[in-house]
Design a binder for this molecule. Sequence first.
Ligand code: GDP
Length: 302
Amino acid sequence: NDKYQMGLHKSKSSFDNLKKLLDESDSIDDDLFDSIEDLLISADIGVDTVLFFTNELRKEVEKQGFETPNQLSELIVDKLFEIYLKGEFVDTTLRFDENKTNVYLFVGVNGVGKTTTIGKLAKQYKDLGKKVLMVAGDTFRAGAIEQLEVWSKRAGVDFYKKEAGVDPSSVIHDALIDAVNKKYDLVLVDTAGRLQNKVNLMNELSKMKRVIQKLLPDSPQETLLVIDATTGQNGMNQAHVFNEATDLSGIVLTKLDGTAKGGIVLAIRHLYNLPIKYVGLGEKIDDLVPFDIENYIYNLFK
Ligand code: GDP
């Protein structure tokens, strides 16, 4: 993806911000650690995660006996990788069984890019030759159903809807029965995102998950929380609320094409152990790429 390559290029030079800070510092002292903390906080990594990080950094600096600031450059990058990876291999691929009807549920507050992400992903699976069905599970807003339908046409995949106002669980139930009968490979489900009515929404989402579980207990499932990189620390709250209600399997971070650095996902990985699967880099159908940790970490310092 050209855009991602361009982003990488931009980020590598942006990484100079960290280098510059280290170059201009005379010694490794509290001032320097403060500046590193500021840099990470301005990248939207939450304060808790930043403090955990600099604490680890201090320990390592002492252990290795570093004395000049420039020695920190590599260590900082390594330590950020460590926080994200937690010593594990982190798989960005989504669970998929060729012989089953796979179901991916997309959750997140309104406006974060759920519909757009579903459209983009539908196109990718369709291009792989998969039979894809999009399901309009946000029956709360009539506009949401129409918008998803537009994306299904754009992606060239099938679309399942009922009228606005019906119970989303019944939409999912009937859609899944249809999908199994017609041998769809993948069902992508949109959901409502009205956080103003949190309790109802969370009950609704759990019910949808129970329906999926009951009808297709042996099919691979994903529950992906879509987060808008430009919302900064609000994303933490969203991760907390949705994770409690729906047992998430991963994150999609959208709108990383702007000035937002998306540090939030490092904090989410650190605090909730949720991996990022995909990154949105624009409004067009091809602007969705698998998460790349190296690119991401350089991007933090732009
Ligand atoms: P939903 O309410 O969560 O379904 O959000 P939508 O999919 O309707 O997206 C809300 C807005 O964000 C739309 O204007 C999209 O074009 C825009 N959007 C979605 N993903 C991205 C992205 O990765 N980058 C940018 N720049 N805009 C995006």
